[in-house]
Design a binder for this molecule. Sequence first.
Ligand SMILES: [Zn+2]
Length: 319
Amino acid sequence: MQETFITFENSSPMCLSQVPSKPVSRLAPTPSGFLHLGNAVNFLVTWAIVRSRNGSLHLRIDDMDGIRFRPDVLEDIFTSLDWLGLDWDTGPSGPDDFYQNFSLHKKKEYYRGRLQALDKMRRKTFVCRCSRASIKKVSPNGLYPGTCRNADLVFEPGLHAVRLRVDNDTGIQVNNHRIDLAEAFGDFVLWRKDDQPSYHLASLLEDEEGGINLIVRGQDLLFSTAAQIYLAQCFGFSSFPACRFLHHGLVLGDNGEKLSKSRGAYALKDLRQSGGSPAFAVKTAARVLGLKHNPILTAQDLKHALISLNRQNAFFKPA
Ligand SMILES: [Zn+2]
């Protein structure tokens, strides 16, 4: 793989002054496609920030998307993290531990209960029977056109979705972006038509429960962050709204497109099998973090470079 093939959507380095002094964060892969270079960069950046500040790191594997779940991909997550030299403090130690103790499927009824409580409390959710195709027909940009908002449908599991109403002029602040959520995201799904919690619902509940105070994710998830902040406000959560978010530029493939799990582009598995080292992913993570000095070839190098940067910043900070 040539380094020249990799570009970023936005090459400005991340603003590390936003990081809490004692970060609590998570690595959150989904076992629906083999991990690629973009995932590796995200994990390395998250891990290095947390480890450079004696924080705590949780491994959360979101397997709610049962249709696309693949056991060989689950295995690949653990092999890849080990290959990258990353560890974590809480969460599954391997596939067996995951199945026995950490599969999010075990919490499905808990998620359902939280959603029902939200519905009682806020009356902001509604039942929706629209298919993706029917939405696309009316709304070419894919934003939900509000079809079922006032239809007052009776929820039937496996047949209907549940959405959260996002009223006009719902402004959500994410770092220095003010996002008009109705315009950017629209009424979004909390419970899916296949009778599963949506990614937004499960992810938010897990983050709130875990006391997560730092989330590192790609810029493509900026609107998702805004949606989750809004959902947290609707729940009346205290922890999540205080969370710090770092959105990094995406690693793009040689065609300038976002790396996709389904296409297998830059899969870590292929890199490993062809005898490649993680150094390439580490160097890319260093660029995302704006670290330029010294050869940074391993996850440990990345951590030490951040520790020295933290020291310099502390030195220059006014007393
Ligand atoms: Zn609908």
